[in-house]
Design a protein around this ligand. Structure first.
Ligand code: FAD
Ligand code: NAD
Length: 470
């Protein structure tokens, strides 16, 4: 039987990064993945394909809505070829997943294809999906569970995956919906909603809470909803979906509106995006004695160790934000813990991003959280429209808001909406990792003209209301 220092179950961003770091640190490492391609949700049906479609649909939208104002005239109609767009997305996915396979080989990590399940706390059975292949067993001193998550649904919804779909199907549609009804105004609903809205679908978003992206700073919810509404997306907040029924070509969604009155929505597609749930089916956790909580998350301590000493868990399958970069940090954390290092993750400083256009990005505390905690804070905000760079490109929506401690000026939270803020947020993360004050950021030179100048200006505004350009 093959014996390893570490076996990782699941090859998403948590699992494959953990495996690479283990190998870098000299451990004999194996990774087990049930699908033929590596990379997990993120590379196959998550982060990467959704961004490929967001980018493609953005180009199309610009061509039909904005080229003219830049003096670019297209003779003849601009046509959408959805099949080609989806094919391109698949090529992007294939290149990325092949890249992970290359990295496994480069780091001499043994890759096993098949469903991993515990035989006991140190042995894993690998059940082959190919009926002609025989199962294998491996032994590992330490095991990292990185089996990720699957789309969640509501108890009364049957996902037929044709008309009532999850993000996975929405990434490979063969036609542009006439009317896509989205249940859940969170990250997936808004990103994929915007893709199909740009391609010409009517998109209606039904959200249970009183605002979209409800876990982010309320100012971001307001700004993004305003801009998406202008682009044609319809929003129904404070609506509670009670039933979803489908016929061959139509889906009927019933919801209770703000006043509790039933309202009906009819569409040709219904995207269910109400969150994701941890995925542990098939792992036989009981054989190793590993405990999960009532939400299905594997329970871990501060070292990301389960109740069984040599078994760790990371990423979407444990508590915390379901984000690829959070899973990656945890993968590195466990690998370094295994060789006796003392790694650290500051969960407050894991940024969150929505890749709509304008983008939304944030790190640290929201105003709502600071108020609830009774922290005295000051706020500095700078509108994107006041930047030369924004006016040059025409991307004038959004703002940067910096929240700083009223007494010490330490930056406590940064909230952004606008062009390229998914990239700008890194500056805020670095500043907060070094416990910078708003004035520290304000005194740093930012290249002109860039969107990043909005960060400096918001910091000037937070310091003592002395932004230069507003
Ligand atoms: P996963 O990526 O889910 O990987 C788990 C892997 O384990 C899978 O490949 C699975 O097949 C395998 N597995 C499960 N059980 C077994 C078993 N028993 N044996 C063998 N293999 C097994 N996050 C971001 O940070 N940025 C984004 O832009 C972003 N966009 C997203 C867009 C969409 C549409 C979706 C759905 C998600 C998106 N996410 C994004 C979230 C991100 O994909 C997840 O947070 C991330 O993939 C979690 O990584 P993970 O390693 O924990 O698990
Ligand atoms: P989410 O948690 O972001 O949003 C779900 C939304 O559905 C929430 O606004 C919630 O209030 C709403 N909701 C829940 N029950 C409802 C109901 N009965 N009726 C109406 N609305 C309801 O979840 P998601 O958008 O499905 O995404 C799943 C996970 O994937 C998220 O945790 C996210 O972190 C991750 N993801 C991240 C990115 C990114 O980083 N850009 C992109 C896509 C997905």
């Amino acid at each position: 039987m093959n014996t390893y220092d570490v076996a990782v179950i699941g090859s998403g961003p948590g699992g494959y990064v953990a495996a690479i770091r283990c190998a870098q640190l000299g451990m004999k490492t194996a990774i087990i993945e049930k699908y033929i391609t590596l990379g997990g949700t993120c590379l196959n049906v998550g982060c990467i394909p959704s961004k490929a479609l967001l980018d493609s649909s953005h180009h199309y939208h610009d061509a039909i809505k904005h080229f003219e104002e830049h003096g670019i005239e297209i003779s003849g109609a601009v046509k959408m070829n959805l099949e080609k767009m989806i094919d391109r997305k698949q090529k992007v996915v294939d290149t990325n997943t092949a890249g992970v396979k290359y990295l496994m080989d480069k780091n001499k990590i043994a890759v096993f294809e098949g469903i991993g399940s515990f035989v006991d706390a140190t042995h894993i059975n690998i059940a082959k999906t190919n009926p002609e292949a025989t199962d294998e067993q491996i032994e590992a001193k330490n095991i990292i569970i990185a089996t990720g998550s699957k789309p969640a649904t509501l108890p009364f919804i049957t996902l037929d995956k044709k008309r009532i779909i999850t993000s996975t199907e929405a990434l490979s549609l063969t036609e542009i919906p006439k009317h896509m009804v989205v249940i859940g105004g969170g990250v997936i609903g808004l990103e994929l909603g915007q893709v199909y809205s740009r391609l010409g679908a009517q998109v209606s978003v039904i959200e249970y809470m009183d605002r979209i992206i409800p876990t982010m700073d309320a100012s971001l919810s307001k700004e993004l909803q305003k801009v998406l509404k202008k682009q044609g997306v319809k929003f129904y907040t404070k609506h509670k979906v009670t039933a979803v029924k489908t016929s061959a070509k139509e889906v009927t969604i019933t919801a209770d509106d703000k006043k509790g009155n039933p309202v009906e929505f009819k569409g040709d597609y219904c995207l269910v995006s109400v969150g994701r749930r941890p995925y542990t089916e098939g792992l036989a956790l009981d054989k190793a004695g590993v405990k999960a909580n009532d939400k299905g998350q594997i329970e871990v301590n501060d070292h990301l160790q389960t109740n069984v000493g040599n078994i760790y868990a990371i990423g979407d399958v444990i508590k915390g934000a379901m984000l690829a970069h959070k899973a990656e940090e945890e993968g590195v954390f466990v690998a370094e813990t295994l060789v006796g290092q003392k790694p650290h993750i500051d969960y407050n400083l894991i940024p969150g991003v929505v890749y709509t256009w304008p983008e939304v990005a944030a790190v640290g505390k929201t105003e709502e959280e600071l108020k609830e905690a009774g922290v005295e804070y000051k706020s500095g905000q700078f509108p994107m429209r006041a930047l030369g760079r924004s006016r040059a490109s025409g991307d004038i929506d959004g703002f940067v808001k910096i929240l700083a401690d009223a007494n010490t000026d330490e930056v406590l939270g940064v909230h952004m909406c606008g062009a390229r803020v998914a990239d700008l947020i890194a500056e805020a993360v670095v500043a907060m990792e070094f416990r910078a004050s708003a004035e520290d950021i304000a005194r740093i030179s930012h290249a002109h003209p860039t969107y990043a100048e909005a960060v400096k200006e918001a910091a000037l505004a937070a310091t003592d209301k002395r932004s230069i350009h507003s």
